[in-house]
Design a protein around this ligand. Sequence first.
Ligand code: GLU
Length: 450
Amino acid sequence: MSVTENKNVRVRFAPSPTGALHIGGGHTALFNWLWARHTGGKFILRIEDTDLVRSTKEYEQTIMSGMKWLGLDWDEGVDIGGDYGPYRQSERLDLYKKYAEQLLDEGKAYKDGEAIIFKTEPGQDISFDDIVYGRVEVNSDGLREKDSDKLKDIVIIKSDGMPTYNYAVVVDDHLMQISHVIRGEDHISNTPKQILLYRALNWEVPTFAHLPMILGRDKKKLSKRHGATSIYEYRDMGYMPDSVFNFLALLGWSAGDDKEIFTRSEAADLFELSKVARRPAVFDFDKLNYINQEHLKRLEPLTRLNMVAPFWGEAGLDVEAVKNSRGEKWLADALTLMAGRGRTAKEMAEFSDYFVSFEPVKQRWNADELDKDKLKKFYEFVFAAKDFKASELEELARKWVEENGVKMKDYAMPLRYALTGMKVSPGIFEVAEHLGREECEKRLKFFGLL
Ligand code: GLU
């Protein structure tokens, strides 16, 4: 049986609820999800809240809602339970105690006050084969105290009775029957210590896959300096969950054949843990924008409207009023007319605000130098169009400029400006047709152009 058909795959995302879901966490969660969905295995959400001071239930909630926003669902976890619970480390203290006592009884650990410390034995080969990083060669002799010859023992229970990360993670991954530990490469140096603990407890060591580091464009580790780091900031900037998912999946993995735009289920079908690249992945905003734009283009008109409408609302435009007077479909069709202009839903909302309201057009308007009398004659001629269809408007416009020996752009540009308040827009005759005769005349009259 190939590993990709392995229904016994059990993977987990194990965030500490000490902050929002950030890019790195979302990336780790996503790769675990992809592997579980690809293999038909299980994806587990475990909350590592042993840092009682910094952990909060609010962060737990925001992490979960961030995962849901990305479209990552889990099969076992704090909120839905499962056969291997509890899924919150603070509720598993008796288990950590039990195995710590076992290690004490077997002479593999010792007490130092209230703390329990695992004794690192010298000369042990604790190398491992990482799916991404390949062979990682380590000997326990390398685990030394800083600037000293003394081997570094591993604290497993702190004096306050709480387990340490390296110990709790081993107990939980074993008891939850985790097959693959997929996590950020910042944990690679913890892995040998964890392997020592697995061995001391006579437990099978899971397979490790450490994900590449994510860097900013300057090749420095991604941080606040590079801009938004929490997943929700991307939502608020108007990026779609489908695109953020697509973008994160491409950090360290590729679907092959230069395929860059895909859905979640396409990604799950194609994903291979063994294809994850070891070299650091660069977070490239241009790429995210491109991916988002592609996903926006592919949306069903009404779904696209639902993405964009909140940003019109945020800009103070009365979307409901337009829905009531013109209908949802009319607004959705206006966005279809935008034909992929705007890289985010927010940008698309900004670029198309004139469909929702005349107010922003008035605010942008500033055209004192226009020769209104000349323009008036042109607009009167064009607006006499019987059906007010784009093709008809354009034909009349061509006829007029030809007969008068003038340039189309000198007349079409002010028309665009008067209808949209923008220097760029979709074809202005299409925009005019969609706005309709009544609205167009209202706008031109307001500016004294008709
Ligand atoms: N709570 C750890 C973290 O958030 C989990 C690391 C792991 O997956 O082992 O970094």
